[in-house]
Design a protein around this ligand. Structure first.
Ligand code: CMC
Length: 428
């Protein structure tokens, strides 16, 4: 006997039994509920999708109340401690951790795709000198689709994996080119004997012919940050990736859309907003006033709060430890004291306690990026590089889902109807 939910429609007195699976009922089962036979039937209304599952997934598990995050069942802390980013990328895309030879093959296949066409470089050079790095990143990812027209064959699993490897391998190159453009410095081509994160630091920071040895502590910190940011189930940008992908668009176009969704300050742009906020606060003595203004609704405390986590974001805890390791080899950010004071005051405050608002992943990550020497405009790009893996894992999973349909929500129409057309010269 399956679990069921019995609904009584008090308008008609009729009752309906609908199946419950995984503590969930199917929205389409409500369509049978009508007063008149010729009615459309009942829908569910859920602005912001706060209580709607749009897919099944086996990529990432989150328990927001307990502060648990797992990729393919592995706790995030264990992955951050024991893996490098490429190993976790393999796990997210393939569902299993690689053995040694699988890892070597994977790393080698990513290395094969780090270069971009020279025309891409020229396109990036044509952006204004002060163009925002994320704007350059989003447009150039979209432009990649014109270089790989075969990516349109989204129903071929082999082709999907090839395009995924291309994207994962090329996003650090695009990010570094965007940064070098903003600095007015010549681009550094990828150096394929380096690891993913070493190569990224090399493309970002190598100057002229001087040898560049990436600082091991920074390489490790970047691996950890990339692992923490790699996926986060059905967040705003992953949902956009799935929404665009559901129309069978190529993955470059879909990923550009996902990156655009990430750019917003309520999502991945929050790391940039946090640093701007800490700079605006300016001194630990100003923290209380700032928090009071947050409570008055004047502004939000950036890097605080989460739709799913109603507990400390497990990623934020690891980022905080990571920051300590980075500050040992860089200068300690003067903004750290403001951040620590802000966290302390907010966590003791009734407003934040009542609403279960805790620091999220973006609260401390910006301080690390700043210490590494990155301008704030690069912060959302630093989120987009690893999240590319998550977007692709979500997209691949969706493409293999038998229940996949083009995403097309319903609406409750509240506008006027059947209005008489008024010629322009008679309008008020
Ligand atoms: N500062 C002050 N008040 C807040 C904050 C905040 N950062 N976040 C939520 N609230 C309040 C909000 O005003 C509301 O209060 P009330 O019930 O009195 O109206 C209550 O908490 C619930 O907020 P909500 O907007 O309904 O929550 P949401 O789930 O729709 O939004 C959020 C989640 C992350 C957009 C929001 O917490 C926020 O804007 N945080 C700041 C931006 C940020 O740090 N974003 C990064 C998220 S983590 C990285 C990622 O994965 O994207």
């Amino acid at each position: 006997m399956p679990d069921t939910l019995t609904i009584t429609d008090n308008r008609t007195g009729k009752t309906y039994d609908v199946d419950i699976n995984d503590d969930t009922v199917r929205a389409m089962d409500f369509r049978q509920i009508k007063v008149q036979d010729d009615e459309f039937g009942m829908m569910t209304y859920d602005p912001g999708y706060t209580n709607t599952a749009a897919c099944t997934s086996s990529v990432t598990y989150i328990d927001g109340d307990k502060g648990i995050l797992e990729y393919r069942g592995y706790p995030i802390g264990q992955l951050a401690e024991n893996c490098d980013f490429q190993e976790v990328a393999y796990l997210l895309l393939h569902g299993e951790l690689p053995n040694q030879s699988q890892l070597e093959e994977w790393v080698q296949s990513l290395r094969m795709h780090t270069m971009v066409h020279e025309n891409i470089k020229e396109q990036m050079a044509s952006f204004r000198y002060d163009a925002h790095a994320m704007g350059m990143f989003i447009s150039t990812v979209a432009a990649l689709s014109t270089f790989y027209p075969e990516a349109k064959d989204v129903h071929c699993a082999e082709n999907r994996m090839l395009q995924s490897k291309r994207l994962i391998a090329k996003v650090p190159t695009l990010a570094a080119f965007a940064y070098r453009h903003s600095q007015g410095h010549p681009d550094n081509y990828p150096k394929n004997d380096l690891t993913y994160t070493e190569n990224f630091l090399h493309m970002m920071f190598k100057m002229t012919d001087n040898p560049y040895e990436p600082e091991p502590a920074l390489v490790r910190a970047l691996d950890v940050l990339f692992i923490l940011h790699a996926d986060h189930e059905q967040n705003c940008s992953a949902s956009v990736m799935r929404a665009i992908g559901s129309s069978d668009a190529d993955p470059y176009s879909a990923l550009a859309g996902a990156a655009a969704a990430l750019y917003g300050p309520l999502h991945g742009g929050a790391n940039e907003a946090v640093l701007n906020m800490l700079n605006a606060i300016g001194h630990v003595n100003n923290v209380r006033d700032y928090v009071a203004k947050c409570k008055d609704g004047e502004h939000r405390l950036m890097g605080f709060g989460h739709r799913v986590y109603k507990n400390y974001d497990p990623r934020a805890l690891i980022v905080k430890q990571c920051a300590d390791a980075v500050f040992e080899v860089t200068r300690r950010s003067p903004l750290l004291d403001i951040a620590l004071e802000l966290e302390k005051i907010a966590l003791e405050d009734e407003y934040f306690i009542k609403r279960k608002l805790y620091p999220n992943v973006d609260f401390y990550s910006g301080l690390i990026y700043e210490a590494i020497g990155l301008p704030v405009t690069m912060f959302p790009v630093m989120f987009a590089i690893p999240r590319t893996v998550g977007w692709l894992a979500q997209w691949q999973e969706m493409m293999e889902d038998d229940e996949r349909r083009i995403q097309r929500p319903r609406q409750i129409y509240v506008g006027g109807r059947e209005r008489e057309f008024v010629p322009i010269n008679q309008r008020g």
